[in-house]
Design a protein around this ligand. Sequence first.
Ligand SMILES: *Cc1c(COP(=O)(O)O)cnc(C)c1O
Length: 523
Amino acid sequence: MKYKSTRGKANNYTFEQAVLAGLSPDGGLFIPQSIPKAPSDFLTKWASLSFQELALEVLSLYIDESEIPRQDLQDLVNRSYATFRHKDITPLHQVKDGLYILELFHGPTFAFKDVALQFVGNLFEYFLKRKNAGIENPADRHKITVVGATSGDTGSAAIYGLRNKQDLEVFILFPTGRVSPIQEAQMTTVLDKNVHNVSVGGTFDDCQDILKGLFANKDFMSKYNLGAVNSINWARILAQTVYYFHSYFSLLRSLNITPGSEEAKKIHVTYSVPTGNFGDILAGYYAHQMGLPTSKLLVATNANDILYRFFRNGVCEKIVGDDGGVHETLSPAMDIVVSSNFERLLFYLARDAAVDASVPESEKDTKAGEIVNGWMVDLKQKGRFDTGAQVLAEAKRIFDAGHVSDQETCETIRAYCHPKDAAQAPYVMDPHTAVGVTAAQSVVSKIDSQNVVISLSTAHPAKFSEAVERALKDQEGVNFEQFFKAVLPKEFEGLMTAERRVTVIPRAEEALVIEVIAKELSC
Ligand SMILES: *Cc1c(COP(=O)(O)O)cnc(C)c1O
């Protein structure tokens, strides 16, 4: 499989190139040359595979054997998921008739980004090892300096994915005082020599601007061989595709239904996905295009609802405000104005619904790339673009969307923690997960044993304990302290007081960050 760009001007990249480069030279994102179909008998052949075995099957459709031999790929997968605490890696938990929670938070940092970043870390290491085989002199070895900006989850997941890897250095910029205390502790208590936390006096957007500046700085780029692990990295999307298949098989197994059977065909599955940068749900789109039976992919947003509005009218429109247009919500990992991965979906929508039918097959990609480029220019210059009725219709064939307020988020957390139905077991969910569940309840007209919702849980509730506490504490008769002790993972004990390593820079200036990187790498 080779990779091409969403802007239509670059193609024929290898998987390795696509993963290491992050962004395509024409400004687009890498996507596979074509979306592979799962084997025609996958519903029976894959049904009883473990997560790791399934990952091997899915990934090998996108990674040529000549690039990564099958045995090596299996090793990479096995090592990546050996750090997870649950034997199913991404277990499916039934909360009531027809409603299932896909728990993606059993990795080292308790958020779903681990599923991808554990794999990406090993992948980077694998590529470097191969390049460096036989090179003894440290000065001659290929090295990658990963620089990332985070408002929370990406930073800790990247650090845990890359810690202690040879020839890799990782710098994470985060805005001082603006990440949650637990997230900050998770990042800064990692003391491995190759991990460098930089606390930047500014906002998350300032950190991102510095990052963009560094990647545009050709001298700096080549001197340090910068690598990116942000959510547009293709390998992250790919790794996430696996749990859509895995959860479908888990569902049918729990219902005692044979995949591919007539009975199975009667089960309609909607995946509800708490969405920020559109990476998680995009993986669902790939799974769907590969052949996974899905009824709808539901984009669940909080008050930052540009995507929700898109799926209503086909218009992507930034709301501008004093705060840069971002609303601060109880689900901060989804507080995003423009979702970076959405461009990948736009490419497919443009190709399938905006390119004129008379355009020959061989020119469709270029044409779709031009259309996407035009939309992106409009978004930058006018703050909006309109994709038209056909694109909207194509989008709605596969997706639906809902938006959820903070108040509704809290109500949902409460409702599942204290179910009215005595037969239903209490379940504590984090605020992001609650956005997904709430959206499903308001959008899916009937949820029952045939119309199933699999709602993706993107974080452990203890990771966003402030919001969970806020939702639960004015409840009469709840002993919050006691209750929370019961769900708090043992890994969080002592985290707040553990030794930390972090460099603080007082102002958000690129030059100061460059200074820190140069200094840390010279020792
Ligand atoms: C990153 C994140 C999301 C959003 O996922 P995207 O792939 O960016 O859409 C949702 N919830 C949590 C907890 C996250 O960390």
